[in-house]
Design a protein around this ligand. Structure first.
Ligand code: C2E
Ligand code: MG
Ligand code: MG
Ligand code: MG
Length: 290
């Protein structure tokens, strides 16, 4: 009886215990078709200068609207794409889509802002990555400065010599490099000096606690990152800025740029295009209002 019971229990619990792995598998199957059926989309979140509040760039963020589940977060499906060998294809799609958006802005007579795309480590290390980047740049005839790429410290530290070489190739193609989620990894000053990066992005986890009492740790990290960026002559941007207190702290400590819900949420390409058009209209009659 015990055995039968045990077997019964096993049969009942096995799907339960593996529910999350099983669900990952279902998502992987659907993700494989998501590009073809048009369920993937890029949204854009503007980035602003802290001093003037001028938009200076847009970060491309992947959105997946699953036909039955609705929106699935990239925090959930990017790791699945990585482990199931689909990240290169998805990453290439993102790259091409960002290039398409930028060239559409240009052809509509707007002044395009640089678009920053996020790179996964697997995509960055893929043997044909640079080839693909070159192909996209020439297909859309993008000038230097049109695209930026965001990589995490973990991606850069995985194989530093190869990473340095790949970064130089990207910079040679006119692509600016930003280190994403900065402060959460293990990069040292000496490594940073070797990488041809132009921007550090202070991770949202530190920004969250700025200007609150009893959170001097986050403030120490944020001000150290800003100081480090200054000494290396890099631009520094804070991600996830939601409150006036956070903004004020960043302003007082000399942060260059900001991105976050206080300024703008990630928006559809249409909304981002409207923002550029509005900016062009308001800049023309009165001149530079900054
Ligand atoms: P990330 O690159 O660090 O992107 C910033 C995340 O913070 C985005 O989440 C953005 O929507 C969110 N965010 C921005 N401002 C605020 C704010 O003020 N408050 C809060 N609470 N959140 C804010 P999202 O879009 O869910 O993306 C999560 C992560 O997924 C990204 O983190 C990035 O690592 C990854 N990801 C997104 N798109 C891509 C992609 O095209 N390729 C790759 N490889 N990864 C991507
Ligand atoms: Mg990013
Ligand atoms: Mg980030
Ligand atoms: Mg992040």
């Amino acid at each position: 009886i015990a055995k039968a019971h045990g077997r019964n229990t096993w049969r009942l619990y096995a799907p339960e215990m593996n529910a999350s792995a099983y669900d990952d598998m279902l998502l992987a199957v659907d993700l494989r078709q998501a590009i073809d059926v048009g369920e993937l989309e890029l949204h854009l979140q503007p980035q602003f200068t802290l001093a003037q509040g001028q938009p200076v760039g847009m970060e491309a963020l992947l959105r997946w609207t699953h036909r039955t589940r609705g929106p699935v977060s990239p925090a959930r499906f990017i790791p699945i794409a990585e482990s199931s060998g689909m990240i290169a294809e998805i990453g290439n799609w993102v790259l091409r889509e960002a290039a398409r958006i930028w060239s559409r802005w240009r052809s509509e007579g707007l002044v395009p802002l640089p678009i920053a795309v996020n790179l996964s480590a697997v995509q960055f290390q893929a043997p044909d990555f640079l080839h693909e980047v070159g192909r996209v740049l020439s297909e859309f005839d993008l000038p230097a400065g049109a695209l930026e790429m965001e990589l995490t410290e973990g991606t850069l530290m995985a194989n530093t010599d190869a990473a340095v070489e790949t970064l130089h190739q990207l910079v040679g193609k006119g692509i600016q490099i930003a280190i994403d989620d900065f402060g959460t990894g293990y990069s040292s000053l000496s490594y940073l000096r070797r990488f041809p990066v132009s921007k550090l992005k202070i991770d949202r986890s530190f920004v969250l606690d700025l200007g609150k009492h009893g959170n001097e740790g986050a403030e120490a990290i944020a001000s150290a990152v800003i100081a480090m960026a200054k000494s290396l002559q890099l631009r520094v941007i804070a991600e996830g800025v939601e409150t006036a207190e956070q903004r004020d702290f960043l302003k007082d400590h000399g942060c260059d740029e900001v991105q976050g819900y206080l300024y703008a949420r990630p928006m559809s390409v249409e909304a981002a295009t409207a923002l550029l058009a509005q900016r062009a209209r308001s800049a023309q009659p009165q001149g530079d209002m900054a």
